[in-house]
Design a protein. Structure first.
Length: 357
């Protein structure tokens, strides 16, 4: 389990998935535009040639693929120098094109027409090209129509380009927001929820449980004789103990459970839809797992143990604090009875649990 809690992670992933439609890592294929142009002008091949900024993510071609497409793109890139739409009825008779590999070898270009692609400021960034393997006579009306198609492609590219930059900014902002959420809500050492965040999320769970009549259990635990660990092995080892303790605990709980660092070596767990009896089973499993952890001290390997107190919110509780106070009393009882054990605060007459002194 990781923090922020899964609900927040799920929300973030939904946002990123929506943005992914226009994300810069996705190639957009606008082949339907090329196919429509091929039908309108009765030519077998249509391609767009673009400058480097666009060619890696925008593709529009029809009637040609693979190595022939690459050869054709190189041929058509010559049209990027033209400011106006043009047509060459038979390139075999044109000294500029006649010896090009795309003419002498497959796909054997004969007819070639092109119109420039440009942004709203008039800057050219490619061409829309029509190709056939037989001669064509191209009228001025057809040239104007080709320019209109080029305008459609230009607009499509410009809109998508602007959207991709905007989406990239939105994704970066979303990641920044998640980073800020992490810093505000999680303990920097253990990555558990910090005290403020734990109380905030726990209060919601307590209120939800009260509304729906569902059980919920609160666990409070700390490390037995943790001061001795810091004194004997140093604070760096103490930090490792805290970090691995939380890792061990989070492996044992569900995604919907909350784990928070309440104080120095004091931690809390909230278990939605879990009664104290089931919570006690989980607590003992956690306690046993923690006792099996091994840490390297200065001269020897050592283990740690934890003591755990359990309670459940009462009917009148509106937040988690009263339940944690009762769990704290149960934790104190576990310390009195020898540590490395679990104690459950008994249910009081008002419906809340209370630990005996």
């Amino acid at each position: 389990m990781m923090y922020p809690p899964p609900r927040f992670e799920h929300q973030k992933n939904e946002v990123l998935q929506r943005y992914r439609i226009l994300n810069g890592t996705e190639v957009h294929f606008a082949d339907q535009i090329a196919r429509t142009a091929a039908q309108v002008f009765s030519v077998p091949m249509v391609v767009t040639t673009l400058n480097e900024r666009y060619r890696n993510w925008y593709r529009s071609a029809y009637g040609v693929h693979g190595p022939f497409l690459e050869r054709l793109l190189n041929f058509c890139s010559q049209a990027n120098l033209s400011d106006l739409a043009f047509a060459v009825s038979d390139v075999r008779k044109d000294a500029h094109f006649a010896n090009d590999p795309a003419v002498e070898e497959p796909p054997h270009v004969v007819f070639f027409a092109g119109a420039p692609l440009h942004d709203p400021d008039g800057k050219r960034f490619g061409s829309l090209c029509l190709i056939d393997t037989k001669p064509h006579e191209f009228s001025n009306d057809q040239l104007r129509l080709l320019e209109s198609f080029a305008g459609i492609v230009s607009q499509d590219i410009c809109v998508r380009s602007a959207a991709r930059y905007a989406v990239r900014d939105l994704i970066e902002a979303e990641h920044d927001k998640c980073g800020l959420f992490d810093m505000a809500m999680t303990d920097p050492l253990t990555k558990a929820l910090n005290r403020r965040a734990f109380f905030r999320f726990a209060e919601r769970e307590v209120l939800r449980a009260s509304r729906h009549g569902k059980p919920v259990s609160a666990l409070l635990f700390d490390i037995d004789h943790f001061k001795h660990v810091n004194d004997a092995y140093g604070h760096s080892v103490g930090d490792e103990v805290l970090t691995r303790l939380v890792e061990c605990v989070t492996r044992s709980v569900r995604d919907e459970d909350l784990v928070g660092r309440i104080g120095g070596e004091e931690f809390a767990i909230l278990l939605p839809e879990t009664d104290p009896q089931r919570a006690s089973v989980l607590a003992n499993r956690i306690r046993e797992s923690v006792s099996e952890l091994k840490f390297a001290g200065r001269e020897r390997v050592f283990n740690i143990t934890i003591s755990i107190g359990i309670s459940e919110p009462g009917f009148a509780d509106l937040d988690i604090l009263p339940a944690l106070e009762r769990a704290d009393a149960a934790l104190y009882l576990a310390k009195q009875r020898g540590r490395n054990r679990v104690e459950v605060a008994p249910l009081a007459s008002d419906g809340s649990s209370s630990a005996a002194a």
